[in-house]
Ligand binder design. Structure first.
Ligand code: CP
Length: 310
């Protein structure tokens, strides 16, 4: 048996591998019934150290649609919280065909990968959210099937894990990404990924919001505060400061007057902060289609990884 291929971040994947995976995700989406049964008799372990709605539901529903089974493991109520991550992962891979993990620290995910003998999918860590980025580009490719490669995305928000994955995937596919990120802490930026975007000339930064959105085809925003800190009393001061700094960058009807762009958000939404409720429900919003596309994007990831692990 060959060493398993994993999806930890796009930096481990070549441009052609990423494009092949995207094309496969498009095929999976358009031929949903065809793949029923491809995971029959096989299980996926889904390990969560953080909260989730979409990642849990879409992976679990995806495994059901493929005829397989998904096992939910909560970090705190499993023995991951007591033992060594690599030993627990080694055990898991004696029982399941694939592991998806949402862990707080990227280093812990790498340890889990080292211990596993089956493919590991990153379900979002502090540095990357690759499945989200694949679903985002699948959404654009479906929205503009004839010229999706020529699209321009403008991300407005805090530089975070979603941004790192967007930089990686857009660089690989030649899609232009403009970042309006007034808050960009050094520990959140993955330099290797930024270099890929710069080398491919797909990545630019802009400070003037109106200039940034003018020619954009898609405006993309995300929460200003990571989910695990949102209700953390120790993070409240930082949260208030972020809201003060970011409020002028809210995606609202006034901003949409300056662009024809459609609106994306990876969810969960904090209405009244990074985006208004009005915009979420407007005709410009493709947010719920984007969220739905997690299902097919991840089915493609599962099938791709298992196909290369025989
Ligand atoms: N976008 C996303 O990963 O959603 P959840 O945090 O609800 O899984």
């Amino acid at each position: 048996m060959s060493a398993p291929k994993h999806l930890i971040s796009w930096k481990d994947w070549t441009d052609s591998e990423i494009e092949e995976l995207l094309n496969f995700a498009i095929y999976v989406k358009n031929n949903r019934v065809y793949f029923f049964g491809h995971m029959a008799g096989r299980s996926m372990a889904m390990l969560f150290q953080k909260t989730s709605t979409r990642t849990r539901v879409s992976f679990e529903a995806g495994m059901t649609e493929l005829g397989g089974h998904a096992i939910f493991l909560d970090w705190m109520s499993s023995n991951f919280s007591l033992s060594d991550i690599d030993f627990e992962a080694a055990y898991l891979s004696r029982n399941v065909s694939i592991i998806m993990a949402r862990l707080k620290k990227h280093e812990d995910l790498l340890t889990l990968k080292e211990g596993s003998q089956v493919p590991v999918i990153n379900g979002c860590c502090n540095l990357f959210h690759p499945c989200q980025a694949l679903a985002d580009i699948l959404t654009i490719a479906n929205d503009r099937p004839n010229d999706w490669k020529k699209t321009k995305i403008c991300y407005i928000g805090v530089h975070n894990n979603v941004v790192n994955s967007l930089i990686g995937i857009t660089a690989a596919l030649g899609i232009h990404l403009t970042l309006v990120t007034p808050i960009a802490h050094e520990e959140s930026i993955v330099k290797e990924v930024v270099k890929r975007g710069q080398a491919k000339k797909t990545l630019t930064w802009e400070t003037d919001l109106k200039i940034a959105v003018k020619d954009a085809d898609y405006i993309y925003t995300d929460t200003w505060v990571d989910m695990e800190f949102f209700n953390d009393p120790e993070f409240q001061k930082e949260k208030e400061e972020r809201i003060r700094l970011m409020m002028p960058y809210q995606v609202n009807q006034e901003l949409l007057k300056h662009t024809k762009a459609k609106v994306m958000h990876d969810m969960p939404i904090h209405a009244g902060y990074e985006i208004t409720r009005e915009v979420v429900s407007s005709e410009r919003s493709i947010i719920f289609t984007q969220a739905e596309n997690r299902l097919d994007a991840q089915k493609a990831v599962i099938l791709n990884l298992l196909d290369s692990h025989k």
